[in-house]
Design a protein around this ligand. Structure first.
Ligand SMILES: Cc1cc2nc3c(=O)[nH]c(=O)nc-3n(C[C@H](O)[C@H](O)[C@H](O)COP(=O)(O)OP(=O)(O)OC[C@H]3O[C@@H](n4cnc5c(N)ncnc54)[C@H](O)[C@@H]3O)c2cc1C
Length: 397
């Protein structure tokens, strides 16, 4: 059994690690000449952390990540705490694995620390895939080819593999752009935001903030409704003045954080409708290639990690039946990720509604769970963070 993986993002690298751990030969093709992630933060929720710990990356992750105590949902102008859900020790005890926040580049380094160079081909852009009853053949941009038994398309939201096998429809502009910034921790220390994931909800826009890099850096992600930008601004450097204008009138804490940011990134947000299937014969998609989602639950990367781990399990357990292995994987994973895609869209309206009556009603409902000492985990968090890929694999055998 030889598995070819297209794409060296969070999903592709985790898939390679998980396959290796199960003794399955794999080769990974990444178009970039070096592995890299944009300079920004990423929440590594308990469901994803459990898998990274299983892959032996727990100590490396703990070293670079932060361990937020809770998630604070606040009003954009007054800063009033409207809702609270526990993280930290309480989440670790409840879900059986830690909830971290990290810098993306450091998360990638943690994944790469387990990978080594063998079987990894950088600077290798895949142009097409062909298959027959005996295997798959990849064609690279330089015209060379590679053969394997299974191909995994982990090539992100603009996936070439998805386009070739399932049609080239464009991703859907979500009506939102993301602003991202990293601030040296000392510049915001006086704000005393604590060891929290802060979620600030305002009309038409929101901001999420937390420490990364073992507390040395403060990360914020603002999402705001905006007319569709040009394609070239999918990821572009934005201006701090523009971000401040976007968050005009917001609480001084938020404005101070933005003003202290050395460099702001601005990115249009896209997602797609759930696909009815991710498998075509010996080829399968995972991660953003299969199910890109809005970032309101901080789950795109976590779902890629879950996919990668479950897929490796399915392949390892049915090496003589590649198609059946992929079918089992899709059956296990598609309902959960489609649920997540839908939930992330709903959350956009919850966070960013601009209708005064809806805001009032939302705030009243949320305030019921705002006291840290008594706050509970809502059902969707239990379903999300409590997911144990090993149990799921055993149950679906
Ligand atoms: C603002 C924002 C905040 C987010 N916050 C979080 C969060 O807190 N937690 C979380 O879990 N998720 C978060 N996400 C989602 C997360 O970033 C993505 O879901 C995740 O990066 C997807 O990983 P992936 O490996 O599937 O795809 P990608 O990371 O897109 O990787 C795809 C890789 O494939 C390569 N590639 C593409 N085409 C080819 C080709 N033809 N040949 C070879 N290589 C190719 C690319 O170069 C890339 O390296 C956030 C997203 C955004 C936009």
């Amino acid at each position: 059994m030889k598995v070819l993986i297209v794409g060296g993002g969070i999903g592709g690298i985790t898939c390679m690690l998980a396959l290796r751990k199960r003794g399955v030969d794999a080769q990974l093709f990444e178009q970039a000449s070096a592995f890299g992630q944009v300079g920004a933060g990423i929440q590594v929720s308990s469901n994803a952390a459990r898998i990274l710990l299983n892959l032996g990356l727990g100590a490396a992750l703990k070293k670079v990540a932060t361990y937020p105590e809770g998630r604070d949902y606040r009003g954009w102008d007054t800063g009033e705490r409207l809702y609270y859900t526990p993280l930290g020790q309480q989440a670790e005890t409840y879900f059986g694995s830690p909830y971290y926040a990290a810098h993306r580049a450091e998360l990638l380094d943690v994944l790469l620390s387990g990978l080594g160079e063998e079987g990894v081909r950088l600077g290798s852009r895949i142009e097409r895939v062909d298959q027959d009853s005996s295997g798959v053949t990849l064609t690279l941009a330089d015209g060379t080819t590679a053969q394997g038994d299974i191909l995994v398309g982990a090539d992100g939201i603009h996936s070439t593999i998805r386009g070739q096998l399932f049609g080239k429809e464009l991703p859907r502009y979500t009506g939102n752009v993301a602003w991202r910034g990293l601030v040296p921790a000392e510049r915001v220390a006086h704000l005393d935001v604590g060891s929290m994931v802060g979620v600030w909800m305002g009309p038409n826009r929101s901001i999420v903030q937390y420490y990364v890099s073992a507390g040395r850096t403060f990360n914020w992600i603002g999402i705001s409704r905006s007319p569709q930008p040009a394609r070239e601004s999918w990821l572009a450097e934005g201006k701090v003045e523009d971000a401040l204008a976007e968050y005009d009138g917001w609480h001084p804490t938020i404005r101070t954080i933005i003003a202290a940011t050395p460099k702001v990134l601005r990115q249009a947000l896209y997602d797609r409708e759930p696909l009815p299937d991710w498998q075509a014969g010996r080829v399968v998609l995972l991660g953003d290639a299969a199910h890109p989602m809005m970032p309101f639950y901080a789950q795109g990367g976590a779902q890629s990690i879950e996919d990668a781990y479950v897929l490796a399990g399915c392949i390892a357990e049915a090496q003589d039946e590649p198609r059946a292995a992929l079918a089992r994987f899709v059956k296990m994973r598609l309902p959960r990720t489609a649920w997540m895609q839908g939930l992330a869209r709903q959350q956009e309206e919850l966070y960013q509604t601009n209708d005064a009556a809806s805001i009032k009603e939302r705030n009243e409902i949320m305030r019921v769970n705002r006291t840290p000492e008594t706050a509970i985990f809502p059902p969707e968090q239990k379903r999300l963070y409590g997911y144990d890929a090993d149990t799921e694999l055993r149950n679906s055998a």
